[in-house]
Every structure is written in structure tokens, then in C-alpha cells.
Ligand binder design. Structure first.
Ligand code: SAM
Length: 192
């Protein structure tokens, strides 16, 4: 199963912080696009993908939301913001993963903790960066982990933490996080 980790320093961490204007909720509009690019293809949903969302914005960071392909996952393009809101409302303040709906869970976990865990699990972990190695020069197995930043990229401390991670690039242009995910999905689809 391919996995994406989307990190946002500004995405809010409580359901009641998400109002009508998603941009004011720490760019939750970008998160919605990321979810669409991860899971949706024409007339069906991908069945082999897991998305980790790490939100580090106010009022109670960090939050780790997990969405995993699952036929019962209650996801519709029309109400993705509502789904995120619900996951944040029900996200536990204490340590420990809580399944909130089929295919959707939440916990209080930091970005560093998650990346270290994925690495310890033996996964091939890549950081998406414009100056990285071209993804087309890699042999993909479709079970890699791809880490992507939000509209501001990664803050200094996260960049330092990510120094040892292999960097890969998908384009000579700087793209939206959601576009990067579409390209990665496509590159994997073409190779496996
Ligand atoms: C909108 S970009 C962030 C732009 C931000 N100003 C910066 O300098 O990092 C969002 C994320 O998409 C990924 N990204 C954007 N363009 C990319 C490219 N050509 N190759 C690989 N990753 C890319 C990076 O992970 C980046 O953090």
C-alpha cells in the first residue's frame, strides 16, 4: 500500500476552528485537495492508499489523522471538510489511536514520531522536494512512503529532522501538494 504523509504547520487542530472559510482554518482548503488527489479517480476510489495528515496549528497540536482506503470509508467529495471536522472533534487528547469511522482514525502524535515509526517499520521513506532525485529514475514498488509539505513547505526544525531522508522530485516546477500526489499516484500506476 502506498502511503502519503502531508505535514502542515498551520492546519488547525480542533473541529470548532473549522468554519465556512477553509483558508482561515490553516489552509484546510489545501487539505481537501490533498484528500481528493490521494483517493479519488474517475468513477471510483483508489483501494491501495493510506494518507497521514499531521496538523501542527492551534489550539492543541499535534494531531495525526489517518485515512485509509476502505470500502466503508464515509468519504464524499462534497463534504471532505465535514469529515476532517468530525475527525478533529473526536480526536483524543491523550496518547493512543482511536478509530473514529471505518478507515478513519486519529491520535495525538508528532510528525517526528510518525516518520521514525514508518522508518522503523522498514518502509522506504521519501521527502518530496523540487531539488531531489527524479522520481522517474526510481524503481517503485508501490509500498513507499511519500512526505509532502503544505503551501509553506517545512519549518526549519522539520527540515533539520528530515535531513537524512532521501529527497525526490516530480517536476522541474514547484507544484501544489495535491498536484504532487496526483503525479506520484500516476508514476506508481504506470510502474506496477
Ligand atoms: C506548494 S509546495 C511548497 C512551496 C513552498 N514555498 C516551499 O518552498 O517549500 C508544497 C509541497 O509540495 C512538494 N513539492 C512541490 N513541488 C515539488 C516538486 N517539483 N517535486 C517534489 N515535490 C514538490 C514539496 O513537498 C512542498 O513542500
Amino acid at each position: 500500500m502506498r502511503e502519503f504523509v502531508y505535514y502542515s504547520k498551520s492546519a488547525v487542530t480542533a473541529g470548532n476552528f473549522i468554519k465556512d472559510d477553509l483558508m482561515k482554518a490553516g489552509r484546510m482548503d489545501i487539505v481537501c485537495n490533498v484528500i481528493i488527489s490521494t483517493f479519488f479517480i474517475s468513477n471510483e476510489m483508489r483501494d491501495d492508499v493510506k494518507l497521514h495528515l499531521i496538523f501542527d496549528g492551534p489550539p492543541k497540536p499535534p494531531r495525526h489523522l489517518i485515512l485509509e482506503s476502505n470500502q466503508e470509508m464515509p468519504i464524499s467529495k462534497k463534504n471532505i471538510a465535514g469529515l476532517i471536522k468530525k475527525l478533529l472533534y473526536k480526536s483524543p487528547d491523550k496518547e493512543g489511536l482511536k478509530e473514529i469511522m471505518p478507515g478513519c482514525s486519529a491520535e495525538k502524535k508528532s510528525f517526528e514520531h510518525l516518520v521514525n515509526e514508518l522508518d522503523k517499520d522498514g518502509k522506504d521513506v521519501f521527502l518530496l522536494e523540487g531539488r531531489g532525485k527524479d522520481i522517474r529514475d526510481l524503481e517503485l514498488k508501490g509500498d513507499e512512503v511519500y512526505i509532502i509539505g503544505d503551501h509553506e513547505g517545512f519549518p526549519k526544525d522539520k527540515k533539520k529532522f528530515l535531513k537524512m531522508i532521501d529527497k525526490i522530485s516530480v517536476s522541474p516546477k514547484t507544484l501544489f501538494a495535491s498536484q504532487v500526489i496526483t503525479i506520484i499516484n500516476n508514476e506508481i500506476d504506470r510502474q506496477i
